[in-house]
Design a binder for this molecule. Structure first.
Ligand SMILES: [Mg+2]
Length: 256
C-alpha cells in the first residue's frame, strides 16, 4: 500500500520553490460514469483548479480529444493535452501536435473499424484527432471479445498504429514513442521548468498515467487515484476525485 498524498502535502511540496501539477481528467477530476459524455467537472473542482493555476503551472492530460477536455474544464489559465498527450495547447500560443503524418492512416483505420463494429449493439466508436476509441462499456458481455478482435484485426493491418487497453475501451494510436509521460516531460522542458527546483506532481488513475508516473520518477511525484489493484510507479495515492480536490486545495493554500 502506498501512503495517502493528503497526509504528505508538506513533503510533496517541500524542497522546491515551485511545483507543476499534471492531472488526468476522467476518474481523477470527475467520478467515473457509465456514459463518458456525462463526466462533467464540478464548479468546486473548477474553482480549486483555478486557484492552483494562479500559483503553479497546471496541465490536464487526457485520452479525450483536446477540444472535448478543454470545453469541459473551461479555464484559460491552464494547459491541455488531448489524445493521450498527442495534441497540446495552452496559454500564450502554446501548441504541439505530435503525429500529424498519421492522420490519413487513422482515417482509413477508422473506416475499417466502423464497418467491423457496425453490427455490435452498444459498441461506440469515437474518432479523436490522434486516436480511435472503441468503447465497449455498453456492449453485452458476450460481445466484448468480438470488439477486441475487431480492434486487434485493424491494428494488425496497420502496423503504424498500436492498440492500448483503457477503462472499457480499446484504442488505436500512432505507434511512436509518445505518451502522457513524454508529453509531461516535453511540457516541463518547453515551459522552462525542467530544473531541480521545480517538482512535477502527476495525478491520474489510468494505465496510461503509469507512463507519466515512470517518466517523472526521477524528478517528480506520481499520485494514483482510486483502488490500488495493480502495481504502480506512483508514490502516493488519493481515494477519489473528492480527495483530489482536497489535495489541490491544500497545494494551493500552502505557504510560499
Ligand atoms: Mg482517467
Amino acid at each position: 500500500m502506498i501512503p495517502s498524498a493528503l497526509e504528505h502535502v508538506r513533503e510533496i511540496a517541500r524542497h522546491s520553490d515551485r511545483i507543476a501539477v499534471f492531472l488526468d481528467y476522467d476518474g481523477t477530476l470527475t467520478p467515473t460514469v457509465s456514459h463518458p459524455e456525462n463526466a462533467f467537472l464540478s464548479d468546486s473542482m473548477r474553482q480549486a483548479l483555478r486557484e492552483l493555476a494562479a500559483r503553479a503551472p497546471v496541465a490536464i492530460l487526457s485520452g479525450r480529444d483536446l477540444d472535448d477536455v478543454r470545453r469541459r474544464v473551461d479555464l484559460e489559465s491552464i494547459i491541455y493535452a488531448g489524445s493521450h498527450g498527442f495534441d497540446i495547447a495552452g496559454p500564450c500560443g502554446l501548441r504541439r501536435q505530435v503525429a500529424t503524418d498519421f492522420l490519413s492512416n487513422l482515417d482509413t483505420a477508422e473506416k475499417e473499424l466502423r464497418e467491423l463494429l457496425g453490427g455490435i449493439p452498444g459498441a461506440q466508436l469515437e474518432r479523436k484527432h490522434f486516436s480511435i476509441a472503441a468503447h465497449y462499456r455498453n456492449v453485452q458481455e458476450s460481445d466484448v471479445a468480438t470488439v477486441k478482435r475487431a480492434v486487434s484485426e485493424v491494428a494488425a493491418r496497420h502496423r503504424e498504429l498500436r492498440m492500448i487497453d483503457g477503462k472499457k475501451v480499446y484504442e488505436l494510436l500512432p505507434d511512436i514513442e509518445w505518451n502522457k509521460g513524454k508529453a509531461a516531460l516535453w511540457l516541463l522542458e518547453t515551459l522552462g521548468l525542467a530544473r531541480e527546483t521545480v517538482r512535477p506532481v502527476y495525478i491520474g488513475d489510468d494505465s496510461t498515467d503509469e507512463d507519466a508516473f515512470r517518466a517523472l520518477e526521477q524528478c517528480g511525484i506520481g499520485i494514483l487515484v482510486g483502488e490500488q489493484s495493480q502495481s504502480t510507479a506512483a508514490l502516493y495515492s488519493l481515494k477519489d476525485p473528492a480527495e483530489v480536490e482536497r489535495f489541490l486545495r491544500a497545494l494551493a493554500a500552502r505557504p510560499l
